[in-house]
Each structure stands twice: as structure tokens, then as C-alpha cells.
Design a protein around this ligand. Sequence first.
Ligand code: KIV
Ligand code: ZN
Length: 517
Amino acid sequence: MGRRILILDTTLRDGEQAPGCSMNFHEKLEMAGQLERLGVDIIEAGFPVASPDDFRAVEAVARQVKDCQVAALCRCVARDVERTWQAIRDAAAPRLHLVLATSPVHMQYKLRMTPQQVLDCAVEMVRLARGLCPDVEFSAEDASRSDPAFLAQVCAAAAQAGASTINLPDTVGYSTPQELGALVAQLRQKLPEQVVLSVHNHNDLGMAVANTLASIQAGAGQVECTINGIGERAGNASLEEVVMALHTRKDYFGCETGIRIRQIYRTSKLLSTITGAEIPSNKPVVGGNAFAHESGIHQHGVLAERSTYEIMRPEEIGIYRSKMILGKHSGKHAFQERIEELGYRLEGEDLEEAFSRFKDLADRKKEITDRDVEALIRSTAVADLREAYKLESFVVNSGTVISATAVVKLVREDGQVLEQVSRGEGPIDAAFNAIDRIVKMDSHLENWSMQAVTEGEDALGEAVSKITCNGHRITGRGLSTDILEASIRSYLNAINKAIAIERRDSLETQRLRALRP
Ligand code: KIV
Ligand code: ZN
């Protein structure tokens, strides 16, 4: 048994702060469920005082998750600490995570506080938090650019006041492995043994994972990371890279985690589907090329003996490729079996929905690969089944000598069929304009992208449309072998989500009105 390293996943907090990675309420719950299956020790669910939406999402995650701790971040401000506690107090194992900067530049220009004020504030707020929550983490923001003696003084005082985890963030990704390792070793000596020392590394100079591993070697007992390395600016240390480095080089690090590594690929894909942020093909562990062998010499070596060029096996992280291809004659039983082989579990309405999408796809695509099946399952898992509008049909005309026109027919949930014609800058713009004319929502398309799920002429395409609507940023996804249809479905998916949010907001307003004296 190696030394057990705790994994705090901050995908739903630091990760979600990254541009293009925002998630709505349902998406956060979906992601939290998968992080629980992945086996992280602590889910940092969000920053509840940031907005009522954030509060609601953290509260729902705290109530839903049973198998790991749920943390929420807050500033060292009394009302924030109290409000944040309200969001997580129903969790099976809540954690209040307090942050206060300790570097000269942050104290002087951001906090406008003297070092003594910072020290006093840290102690006072940790005491307050500890009076509310049995588990408190204290983060010394910008720790790597802080004066080491002052940092040690604040961390020791916070631990003395009741923080059981002390986190040293390399907030701006400035540190190097040797430097951070030395800082962790120094702090480890100064803090009581029962206090867990944690690191939180940003990737501005591409060293987040290396810094995290060096910190573990120097005595860190907890590491904070995100799926696919998403996070502020260049992101955070990527969970899958840290975990697979510890797993693959256990001989060297002598450490282990509680992560179920077979869930890694699925978690990474789910996040990418939810946020629409693609995984670069050369991304370690989960990128499309991570297990691809292109050169003849490598292919020959791998065929003769895998370990010539493979240090990890794709199956270990849950990439499973079956030799059996599904097609239009495959029945529900075969489809369900394949889903289970791939490690997913779909039941009831979800299974029916996925199977009906599979049948639609099988009518258009001769061979359905595991990647197609995974894309179908992912889009079913994140689909809002209570769609206000469903696509009935569309016709689009476009070319170099005419302006694009689209006719789109939608079926509203009350059964009414609605049709509109519109022009546009191109076929997609024309189709989206026709949808806008039907649904009459005050929304704005921010971004649209398209990605092939599999190779070949009949490849399945996955379109992502990002819209803003009443201040909410919403991501919609659509799948089809036809890129126009995938695009229309992605836009409609975003619109349906916007309608669901609007309905939820108006219910909340009615509830608050009813509560007024
Ligand atoms: O980067 C950082 O300093 C943080 C803290 C809030 C932990 O995200
Ligand atoms: Zn951070």
C-alpha cells in the first residue's frame, strides 16, 4: 500500500470559471454524479455567494452527493462564510473552504490590508467557519509568491484556529517543481502532522502537473485538480494526468489515490460534451491520439508487444473498443449489451430515448462504432427530455449565387406544429433565424462549432451551439450524420434549455413572492 493522496476536484468551481466552460444547474448535477462515480475524495461544488444560481447549484450538489465530501469556496468575510455554510450544510460530509491572499502584491493592491490584518482575519474567519462546519480548509491565495516566513505564520495560525487542511495555491502558475517542492517540505515541517497539506496549481507555464507531483513527493497529502485541466486562464493541474502518473509510476512515487481509473475517459468525455470544450487530440491520457500509433515502426512494435510503445493500456482508463459493429439489424438487447460493455448504465426512459436515437442513426449509417454509441449516450444523458420544441423537419437552400433560405418546422409541447421561413448569411444562420422566429426568445448566438465523432463519409457529427439568454450562458448539442441537422438540433437544444431555465426562474420568483408577508 502506498501513501494515500486525497483528490479534491474543483472542476465545478475553478474549472467552471474558465471561459466557455460554464455549466447550468442540471449539467453541474450530472457532472457531480460522475465525479462521485470516479471516486474523488472531495468535490468542490462552487462559489455560492457568486450568484443565486451558483448557490442553488452548490446546494443541490451537496444534497445529491453521498459518497464523497462536498466543499464550497468563500472569501474570508463573515457574511460570505455564513451564507456559504447555508449552501452545503445538508451535505453528508460538508467542507467550508476559505481563501485569503498572503502575497505582498495581493495584500497591498487587492485586499488593501496589512500583513497583521490578514493574519487576524484568517484566524477570526477560520474560527467562525469551524463553529459552523466540522471540516474547514484554509487557502493562502498566491502562496507561491508570498514571503515564506509570513506564509508559514498565517498557515500555522489558521491550523491552530481549526483548519484541518491547509492549501498552498500557485494561483498564477509561477512556481517550478523544485521551488514548490521545497516550500511544501518547509511547511510540512512547521504544521502539526494531523493537518493535511494541499496544493492547487495553475498551468500558466505548463508546469501544473509537474508542480503537483513534486509537491506530493515533498509531503502534500491532498491535491486539487480538474478534469481535462480546465480552469482559470491556462487551467489547473489535470486530474487524469496526476492520477495516471501516480498509478503508472507507483514504483517511483509510492502513492495511491481512491480514483476508479476506469471512469477517467467517461468523465473526461462527459465534461467535454457538457461544456462543448473539445479535448485537444494530443492531450495526455484522454486526447484522441493518446493511444494512436501512426508510424510504421511504432505500429509494428505495438503489434509484436504492446509495452514497446504503450505505458498505459486504453482499457485501464475505460477506453474499450469492441470488434463487433452494430447496425440497423441490431436489436435493443444488443444495443443495451454494448452500452453495458462500454461501462454505461441506462434505464427506463433514458434507454428508450437512446435506443430510438440509435435506430434513427442506423437508418443513415451502415456501421455504428463504439464512438458513435458513446456520443449517443452522452447526448441522451445531457438531453433535457422535457423539450418545449422538437424538430419536425427542415429544408435549406444555399449556394454562391443565391442567399441562403431555410424553412423550419417545429412541434411545440402542446402538439401545435409551427413553421417559419427565413434568410441568412449562410445555411446555418438562415435555419437559426427561422427557429428564432418561431420561439421568439431574446437569445443571442455566441459561438457554434462542429466536430466529427468518427471518420468516414457517413461520419456522425456533433455540433455545439453556445447562446446567451437573460444573462445565462447556455450550451446546446446536436448529433447527426447531416451537419445542418446536427447544427439545428444543437441550437434547438440550447433554446429548450433556456426555456427550462426561464420557467424555473419564474417559479422561483413566484415562490419568493408567496413567502413575502
Ligand atoms: O488559484 C487559486 O488561488 C484558487 C484558490 C481560491 C484556491 O483557486
Ligand atoms: Zn485556482
